[in-house]
Design a protein around this ligand. Structure first.
Ligand code: CA2
Length: 152
């Protein structure tokens, strides 16, 4: 069965416990359940990961090649800083959708820049946890038209 990697970056383990005015009350466990349900609707499975470490995220992106047919990435603040993540995504050549819970374009100027966007299929932001489901739906449509070299 086709498998997707849902990858979450720094501080997203705190989701639902701090700053509810910005990020809401949904926890990362809730996000995982939403992703599992959406993937199931499209006949796919997921691996769901979170790390606070840039190198660990890069290792997971490298390992996705040949294992996962697509990646949903919320790189957290590394979105705005990490050339290393951008290079990892380019070299892995696994279709990737960038997701953010908040609308990064309506926030501070430093959040408007994404190093992920140029190497992503597309970006979804501002819809909270629903954005992850939308990203899975987008990947399912993309893979139906352009299947890669693995079904996971
Ligand atoms: O909106 C998003 O999903 C972000 O990727 C979240 C990042 C932020 O740096 C990006 O600009 C946009 C921050 C994740 C921190 O998550 C927290 C959740 C609850 C409490 C504190 C932090």
């Amino acid at each position: 069965m086709t498998s997707l990697l849902i990858l979450n970056g720094p501080n997203l383990n705190l989701l639902g416990t701090r700053q509810p005015e910005v990020y809401g009350r949904t926890t990362l466990a809730d996000v995982r359940a939403i992703c599992e349900a959406e993937a199931r609707d499209h006949g796919m499975t997921i691996a769901f990961e979170q790390s606070n470490h840039e190198g660990a995220l890069i290792d997971l992106i490298h390992a996705a090649r040949g294992t996962h047919a697509g990646i949903v990435l919320n790189a957290g603040a590394y979105t705005h800083t990490s050339v290393a993540l951008m290079d990892a995504i380019s070299s892995a050549s696994v279709p990737l959708v960038e997701v953010h819970l908040s609308n990064i374009h309506a926030r501070e100027a430093f959040r408007h820049r994404s190093f992920i966007a140029p190497v992503a299929l597309g970006q979804i932001c501002g819809f909270g946890a629903t954005g992850y489901a939308l990203a899975i739906r987008a990947l399912a449509a993309h893979l139906a038209h352009e299947p890669g070299d693995t079904d996971g």
